[in-house]
Design a protein around this ligand. Sequence first.
Ligand SMILES: CC(C)(COP(=O)(O)OP(=O)(O)OC[C@H]1O[C@@H](n2cnc3c(N)ncnc32)[C@H](O)[C@@H]1OP(=O)(O)O)[C@@H](O)C(=O)NCCC(=O)NCCS
Length: 191
Amino acid sequence: MALLEPITLSGVAPEPVTLRPGRPDDAPGILDLRRAVATECPYMVAEPGEIAASPRGLCRKLAAWEADAATLCLVACAQDRIVGLSLLRGARRRRVAHNATLTLMVSLSHRGLGIGGALLDASLAWASAHPTIAIVTLTAASDNRSAIGLYRTRGFEIEGTRRARLRLSRTRFADVHLMARLVKTISVACQ
Ligand SMILES: CC(C)(COP(=O)(O)OP(=O)(O)OC[C@H]1O[C@@H](n2cnc3c(N)ncnc32)[C@H](O)[C@@H]1OP(=O)(O)O)[C@@H](O)C(=O)NCCC(=O)NCCS
């Protein structure tokens, strides 16, 4: 589901940065961003060689996400380059449809400028206004300090930690935190 209006962030980078819904023709730029982040950041699940070479599949997904009321894909554009991406996907089944999962990344060249925070804020605002979504969840490697720092500033809490779920090298593993934040009040009736 598209945000109605693009958001322009001025003063964060030398060039204006615009946040807007991702479109099918963004697929090549998004793949470039994913490959670049996967190359320098050890905490992404996909390695660079595991990211699709052809944009065709992602192009189809972006068209589907645009039409899906429970998905928000946002890109951050600096001039014509995609420098940030957030993807918030609501769960399909009715019993879990109040859960949405977030993925977030910003190009190394544009980090620390507030772009990740702005993508996250826009996604959380959208989720708050969504008729069904009540909880935003995500996973983060326990030593990914910038990501965890960002999520904590936006009210996410660590709900649990899965031991050694991410392999960083042949001999090094990282724990993975499960983090979540409520975006609306839910009354819980537990038996
Ligand atoms: C995590 C990531 C998206 C943050 O994006 P960013 O644009 O650099 O973040 P921002 O500049 O908006 O920083 C926002 C907040 O995060 C916090 N933060 C940023 N870097 C931090 C660091 N190294 N340590 C602690 N907190 C940090 C700051 O408190 C900042 O708060 P503020 O908005 O009050 O200034 C970016 O580092 C990234 O893409 N990393 C690689 C991919 C990745 O790890 N994705 C997340 C997977 S869970």
